[in-house]
Design a protein around this ligand. Structure first.
Ligand SMILES: [Zn+2]
Length: 133
């Protein structure tokens, strides 16, 4: 999602994870080091401080160990419709990263669209408005 205004404020907007707010920088130096905007002015349209949320699909090809008798259909069912929790993939990715040292050769990230308010709520991730002072 894009925001209409990106004024240079003394505090930078925060990333919000669910109900937790992560402070990036408590103080922002101005004029902006990227675009030169002064305190209270809008960052230039191309400035790195202007951010947005987008939806991407991440595909990672990996080798999994499964029972020998499992067919393609059983494997697909197990990972997509069975009781397996996709959060387990985090540990698999950490182990794979430790083995291969870098996931770049196995990963594709594809832009889908700009995130909507619903996407940000569903994913519990948004850029908070900065405290205006
Ligand atoms: Zn700027």
């Amino acid at each position: 999602m894009k925001r209409d205004s990106w004024k240079v404020l003394s505090k930078r907007p925060r990333l919000v994870h669910g109900s937790k707010q992560q402070e990036w920088h408590t103080e922002v130096k101005y004029p902006c080091i990227y675009c030169g905007a002064e305190l209270g002015e809008e960052h230039n349209p191309e400035c790195a401080h202007r951010e947005q949320t987008v939806v991407v699909d991440v595909t990672i090809r990996m080798v999994k160990v499964v029972p020998e008798h499992w067919t393609e259909e059983v494997v697909d069912f197990h990972y997509n419709k069975g009781s397996w929790c996709a959060s387990n993939i985090v540990d698999d990715l950490r182990a794979m990263d430790a083995r291969v040292k870098c996931l770049c050769d196995f990963t594709t990230v594809k832009y889908i669209r700009e995130a909507t308010e619903h996407d940000e709520e569903f994913h519990k991730l948004r850029i908070a408005e900065a405290d205006n002072d």
